[in-house]
Design a protein around this ligand. Structure first.
Ligand SMILES: [Zn+2]
Length: 131
């Protein structure tokens, strides 16, 4: 066997090993739930050429608000993309506590806004009576 051929075979062997290892990691992840297969029929995208992954992987990200590291699990991703209709391009930007704070802030802002509208409506009605 020529040296060149030997090298090629060795290379192929290594690639095969890496592929097997990746396949094993995938199977283990699927069993553990840290990797979930994407149901592409349920995924929504605004892009003309969406890049939809084959799998959701547990993913670490840095919170935009407090800078904490947080884990966005494959399960949460599936929920977000397939059940809540989140765009496939959208990714987690806030940790859980900050998301709750943000939600509360929005609810509060909306309440204030509605109260403001209601107050103006009453004032208008009252001035209408007087005028
Ligand atoms: Zn945070």
């Amino acid at each position: 066997m020529s040296n060149k051929r030997k090298q090629q075979e060795l290379k192929q062997h290594r690639v095969g090993k890496a592929e097997r290892k990746a396949a094993q990691a995938l199977q283990a992840g699927l069993r553990a739930g840290s990797i979930i297969r994407v149901d592409k029929s349920k995924v929504f995208s605004n892009s003309v050429l969406p890049t939809i992954p084959e799998y959701y992987h547990d993913k670490w990200f840095t919170c935009k608000d407090c800078g904490e590291e947080d884990l966005w699990t494959a399960k949460q991703q599936r929920q977000w993309y397939e059940e809540q209709g989140g765009e496939i391009e959208a990714i987690a930007i806030r940790c859980k506590p900050c998301r709750q704070k943000e939600k509360l802030r929005k609810t509060e802002a909306r309440k204030v806004h509605l109260e403001g509208l209601e107050k103006r409506r009453i004032e208008k009605a009252e001035s209408g009576h007087r005028g």
